[in-house]
Design a binder for this molecule. Structure first.
Ligand code: NAI
Ligand code: MG
Length: 362
């Protein structure tokens, strides 16, 4: 196998600060585990605008299409608020998602034991939680036609259309089954087949795809019940696959079971490339955090966990991903905390690089 390639786009604000810790970890893998990556660093967002006058240069876009995975920090900041909409930092991110056609959004909810007290739920309900929500990202009610606000008689009518083609459902279902094979081989599909035709089709197509994955235990649940089950007993799930609208809500709900924004990774996957790996972009859920940027206060764990996802889902290095997650678990159990994870004032926070160093040491 050739050296896996990675395009790193640190971006703006705390993006470069948290990404610097990932780069240290990548170097560690090269030195200590003989796991080497062909890394290209480039600009996105405001940083790209400052240099090129656009939030994503064409050459960077072309590189993103070529590599095995893209790892992105965060984009945006007050300095760029005055820019025209067409060149805003966020447009760089949207261009990547659109042109790479990243239709499956992966949002894990993983609860490290040491942080279980942070959850709004009881500790035993969330301790050890490790689930993955796969949300369809490029179709459904946010894109369906007709849409708009029209006048009918003497009142206004707001219209959005839930529309899914068979192939749109199939490709996200396949992505979810592939993930389930790399995880606990359990998949729950959520829709509202009781009241929506698009949900009936969704369920049928998921059943068809399931035939190709006999090892995966499949279940179906109405999405409203799914919401209840997520807060009642989230550990019953492994992979959940759902549409754009339900996924938007259920993934935010699941993410918050586990605590701080500084801990949440994500991935967006597209169609398989020639080498069989899906096109992929990994990024923390958080933004550029201008309020703490440049002060060494940012928690790098969300970005480091995003890299762990890349190891598992793009580079077939599940054991190394687990090694990294175990190191994070240990550091947290030892009481090492960045400012966002501090519950009581008696503990002194570590810096961004202090957290990265502790994880490497572990
Ligand atoms: P934000 O996620 O940047 O920050 C929200 C709050 O969480 C802030 O108080 C921040 O200090 C804290 N926070 C975020 N990440 C943290 C970390 N790793 N460690 C410790 N604390 C952390 O969201 P906000 O403030 O709404 O947006 C700031 C800028 O980021 C805006 O320009 C926005 O457009 C952009 N943004 C970019 C995203 C991306 O690149 N994917 C996503 C969300 C926002
Ligand atoms: Mg949302």
């Amino acid at each position: 196998m050739s050296t896996p390639s990675l395009l790193i786009l640190p971006g703006d604000g705390i993006g470069p600060e948290v990404m610097a810790e990932v780069v240290k970890i990548i170097d560690w893998y090269g030195e200590k585990r003989d796991l080497k990556f062909d890394v290209t660093m480039d600009l996105v967002g405001g940083a790209a605008y400052d240099k090129h006058g656009v939030p994503l240069a064409d050459e960077t876009m072309a590189k993103a299409q070529e590599v095995d995975a893209v790892l992105l920090g965060a984009v945006g900041g007050p300095k760029y608020d005055v820019l025209d909409f067409s060149v805003k930092p966020e447009r760089g991110l949207l261009r990547l998602r659109k042109e790479m056609d990243l239709f499956a959004n992966l949002r894990p909810a993983q609860c490290f034991d040491a942080l279980a007290d942070f959850s709004s739920l009881k500790k035993d309900v969330v301790a050890g939680l490790d689930i993955m929500i796969v949300r369809e990202l490029t179709s459904g009610i946010y894109f369906g036609e007709p849409r708009g606000i029209i006048t009918e008689g003497n009142e206004r009518v707001g219209i959005n259309t839930q529309r899914y083609t068979e192939s749109e459902i199939r490709r996200v279902a396949i992505a979810a089954f592939e993930l389930a094979m790399k995880r606990g081989k359990k998949l729950c599909s959520m829709e509202k087949a009781n009241v929506m035709e698009s949900g009936i089709l969704w369920r049928e197509v998921v059943e068809e795809v399931a035939k190709d994955y006999p090892e995966v235990a499949v279940s179906h649940m109405y999405a409203d019940n799914g919401a209840m089950q997520l807060v009642r007993a989230p550990k019953q799930f492994d992979v959940i696959v759902t549409d754009n609208l339900f996924g938007d809500i259920l993934s935010d709900c699941a993410a918050m079971l586990t605590g701080s924004l500084g801990m949440l990774p994500s991935a967006s996957l597209g169609a398989p490339m020639e080498n069989g790996r899906p096109k992929a972009m990994y990024e923390p859920v958080h933004g550029s955090a201008p309020d703490i940027a440049g002060q060494g206060k940012a928690n790098p764990i969300a970005c480091i966990l995003s890299f762990a996802m890349a190891l598992r889902y793009s580079f077939d290095q599940g054991d190394e991903a687990t090694r990294l997650e175990t190191a994070i678990e240990k550091v947290l159990a030892d009481g090492v905390r960045t400012g966002d994870l501090l519950a009581d004032e008696g503990v002194t926070p570590v810096s961004t690089s202090g957290m990265g160093d502790a994880i490497i040491a572990a």
